[in-house]
Design a protein around this ligand. Structure first.
Ligand code: NAD
Ligand code: TDX
Length: 335
């Protein structure tokens, strides 16, 4: 089987490439990635001889068309991870989000439509907006879309394009909306790696607002095993929600990181809150479990966090070149 993996040099995409090569030898992978500030050749360095990495933009229709034309519609697929992904960046400058997330997804859709190639589109739980802390209902595939940020609204737009290309043009696609991922190769701008690398570089940990906001954490390998399960057995046209029942508030996560790294759990700064900051995300993963038999393998969040901390400790050469620029951006935002 051949896969075209867009955004395969980013956090989740690179982990997808690694786990696919390890668990499904014989899969031939082409990565299409623009190598923006968020993508890195180094994330694929140890599999460089086993894949093809094409540096290019998902909005480049001739290039995307050419790569999709190499695929066999009977057995191959496109897995579309490429996107601008950081909410704070989207608030500061939405334009790249419109281009990569909306026009990029449109470009991929047109290419798979022309060649009738199977597509899996990777999206986020943020399209559903926020839940109250005490809301007993979690997100399901029928929850109405209510995005809050330029990031989540462009992801919502992309999802709706996929749905309409399925209905109007018969494109063979599935969509997944996953909760917050953690694990190796995540950019240091994101919450967990930012705190770990702040502590490793003598900076202080930073909590937005009161830290009461809840995120539903899942290990990146569990997200990717679910993507594979959906590609293998998912119903075309369907949306599947991926989550691992991992709800925790930010303050608790931060205090756990501090404790695991031998710091005083209260030794952090409260910084200005994110404008429009969603209070809580929570996924009901029962459809994926009941219909496709998917189960997460990482049940112990603290063990996963410890392994992630160890990865950042032992991979300073991967993240150190990114750290100063990321913190300079935060300094401009006062966070
Ligand atoms: P990331 O920012 O780490 O990686 C994104 C990758 O896409 C980078 O390698 C970047 O270079 C590439 N890219 C960006 N714009 C591009 C363009 N125009 N053309 C080609 N490549 C481009 O993001 P991530 O966390 O790995 O997220 C991957 C996907 O998963 C995204 O679609 C995101 O919305 C979704 N998602 C992420 C999470 C999470 O917790 N990180 C949760 C649910 C869904
Ligand atoms: O320094 C910080 N301090 C802090 O308290 C940072 C960077 C974040 N936060 C808070 C904001 C959020 O409530 O932590 C939470 C997680 O923040 P992010 O890592 O920026 O993630 P989030 O905004 O929840 O979005 C993530 O999950 C869904 C990904 O970035 C998205 O791409 C994905 O779709």
């Amino acid at each position: 089987m051949r896969l075209l993996v867009t955004g395969g040099a980013g956090f989740i995409g690179a982990n997808f490439v690694h786990s696919t090569l390890a668990r499904r030898p014989g899969t031939s992978i082409t990565v299409l990635d623009a190598l923006t500030y968020a993508g890195s050749r180094e994330s694929l360095a140890d599999v460089v001889g086993q894949i093809r990495l094409v540096q290019g933009d998902v909005t480049d229709a001739p290039l995307v068309g050419e790569l999709v034309a190499e695929l066999n519609p009977e057995r191959d697929a496109v897995v579309h991870f490429a996107a601008e992904t950081h909410v704070d960046n989207s608030l500061a400058d939405p334009e790249p989000f419109l281009r990569s997330n909306v026009i990029g997804t449109y470009t991929v859709l047109e290419a798979v439509r022309a060649r009738q190639v199977r597509l899996h589109h990777v999206s986020t739980d943020e399209v559903y907006g926020e839940l109250a802390l005490d809301d007993p209902q979690r997100f399901t595939e029928t929850t109405p879309y209510s995005p809050s940020s330029p990031y989540s609204s462009t992801k919502a737009a992309a999802d709706l394009l996929v749905r309409s290309w399925v209905r109007s043009y018969g494109v063979r696609a599935t969509i997944s909306n996953c909760s917050n991922n953690y694990g190796p190769y995540q950019h240091v701008e994101k919450f967990i790696p930012r705190q770990i690398t702040n502590l490793l570089t003598g900076r202080r940990a930073k909590l937005y607002g009161s830290g009461a906001n809840v995120r539903d954490w899942i290990h990146v390998d569990d997200h990717n095993s679910a993507v594979w399960q959906i590609m293998a057995g998912g119903q075309l046209g369907r949306t599947y929600l991926i989550g691992a029942e991992g709800e925790r508030d930010n303050r608790t996560v931060l205090r756990t990181i501090l404790r695991l790294m031998d710091f005083d759990p209260d030794d952090f700064d409260h910084v200005a809150d994110r404008p429009g900051h969603d209070l809580r995300y929570a996924i009901d993963p029962s459809a994926l479990r009941d219909e496709l038999g998917w189960q997460p393998e990482h049940h112990d969040f603290e063990a996963g966090l410890r392994a992630t901390i160890d990865w950042y400790r032992t991979h300073e050469s991967w993240w150190a070149p990114l750290k100063d620029a990321a913190e300079a951006r935060y300094a401009e935002l006062g966070r």
